[in-house]
Design a protein around this ligand. Structure first.
Ligand code: TRP
Length: 329
C-alpha cells in the first residue's frame, strides 16, 4: 500500500475560487490525483495571490472550504499530501521579500501572463504586488524545494521565472534550491458552455458538484455547430464543444457520436442529453464523496491546520538554510 514516492516533490497550487468546475478538473485536479502515487505532494491554496485581483476577502474562507471539499472529493488525500493556505505560513512572505531582490521589474513587466491579465481585466493601475505575482509563486514552489509544478500553459511563464530566481539565488549565495520544471497538463483549456475558456467569472461552468438535473439543464445552453440547425443536418464535431466534452468524458461513445453527428442521424438535443448523462456518471463518485463532507466545515479547517503544521516545518527548515546562505543571522 505504501508506495515509494521517490520521483521527487510536487508543488501544486491554485487560487481559492470556490466550487470546482470541469475545467479545473481536466486542467489541474485530474493531473494532481494521477501524480499522487509516485511523488511527494504539497497542495497550496494561493490566498495571497487571490488578493492581486480581488481585495474583498469576505468570501475567501468560504471559497477555500468549498474548493478543498472538491479537492478531497476527486481523490486528493490530505493525510498523504498536506493541503495548506499560503497565508498561514509566514515564510512565504519572508522568502518573497528576499526573492524580490533577485529579479528586475523589467523582467516582470515582460511576463506574458501578466500582460494578458492586464488586458482581460482592464487593469489601469497595476499593484506592486500584482507585478510581483510570479515572485510570490517562486517562493511557494521553492520553500518546499518542489521539483515539478503541474500547471496549465498560462502558468508556464511563472515557472520559468521561478527557475531564473532559483538559479540566481544559487549563484549568489550557494546551492540551496533545485531548479523546478513545469509539468504541463495536456487538456489545458476546457471550453465553457459558451465556448470561451471555462471560468467561474464567465458563468459558463459545469460544477463537479452539480446534480445530474443541473447538468442536463446547463447542457441545453451549450453552443453546438451553428450550421447544424435540426436533426438531419450534417454537423461538424470538430467545431462543437459538446463533442469536446464527449471526447474527454465519454470516450467509449465518441466514434458513434461522430458518425451520428456528421451523417445527421443524431440531433443536437439527443447528443447533449447523452453528454450530460456521461458527465453526471463521471462526476457521481465525486458528488457521493462530497455529500459525506457537506456541513463538516470544522473537519475541513482541521485538515487545513494539520496540513499547515506539516508544511510549516518544511518551510522553516528551508528558510533557515536561506538565512544561513545569505548570512542573515
Ligand atoms: N498562479 C497559480 C494560478 O493562478 C496559482 C499558484 C500560486 C501556483 N502559487 C503556485 C501554482 C505555486 C503552482 C505553484 O493558477
Amino acid at each position: 500500500m505504501t508506495s515509494q514516492k521517490t520521483k521527487g516533490r510536487i508543488l501544486s497550487g491554485m487560487r481559492p475560487t470556490g466550487k470546482m468546475h470541469l475545467g479545473n478538473y481536466v486542467g489541474a485536479l485530474e493531473n494532481w490525483v494521477a501524480l499522487q502515487g509516485d511523488y511527494e505532494n504539497y497542495h497550496l491554496i494561493a490566498d495571497y495571490h487571490a488578493l492581486t485581483t480581488k481585495l474583498d476577502t469576505s468570501q475567501l474562507l468560504d471559497n477555500t472550504i468549498e474548493m478543498v471539499m472538491d479537492w478531497i472529493s476527486v481523490g486528493i488525500d490530505p493525510a498523504a499530501s498536506p493541503i495548506f493556505r499560503q497565508s498561514q505560513i509566514k515564510e512565504h512572505a519572508e522568502l518573497h521579500l528576499l526573492f524580490s531582490m533577485l529579479i528586475t521589474t523589467a523582467r516582470l513587466q515582460r511576463n506574458p501572463t501578466l500582460k494578458e491579465q492586464v488586458k482581460d481585466l482592464n487593469i489601469e493601475n497595476l499593484a506592486y504586488g500584482h507585478l510581483g505575482y510570479p515572485v510570490l509563486q517562486a517562493a511557494d514552489i521553492l520553500l518546499y524545494k518542489g521539483n515539478l509544478v503541474p500547471v496549465g500553459e498560462d502558468q508556464a511563464p511563472h515557472v520559468e521565472i521561478t527557475r531564473e530566481i532559483a538559479r540566481k539565488f544559487n549563484t549568489e549565495f550557494g546551492e540551496v534550491f533545485p531548479i523546478p520544471k513545469a509539468k504541463l497538463t495536456q487538456f489545458a483549456r476546457l471550453p465553457g458552455l459558451d465556448r470561451n475558456k471555462m471560468s467561474k467569472s464567465l458563468g459558463n461552468t459545469i460544477l463537479l458538484s452539480d446534480a445530474p438535473e443541473e447538468i442536463q439543464q446547463k447542457m441545453r445552453k451549450a453552443i453546438t455547430d451553428p450550421q447544424k440547425i435540426r436533426r438531419g443536418d450534417p454537423g461538424r464535431p470538430e467545431v462543437c464543444l459538446v463533442y469536446t466534452y464527449h471526447q474527454k468524458f465519454n470516450a467509449a461513445d465518441t466514434e458513434e457520436i461522430y458518425q451520428g453527428c456528421t451523417s445527421g442521424a443524431l440531433g443536437c438535443v439527443d447528443c447533449k442529453k447523452r453528454c450530460a448523462r456521461a458527465l453526471a456518471a463521471k462526476t457521481e463518485p465525486f458528488r457521493a464523496k462530497r455529500a459525506a463532507l457537506a456541513d463538516r466545515t470544522d473537519d475541513i479547517i482541521a485538515i487545513l491546520e494539520d496540513g499547515e503544521a506539516r508544511a510549516r516545518t518544511v518551510a522553516q527548515q528551508t528558510m533557515s538554510e536561506v538565512r544561513r546562505a545569505m548570512s542573515l543571522g
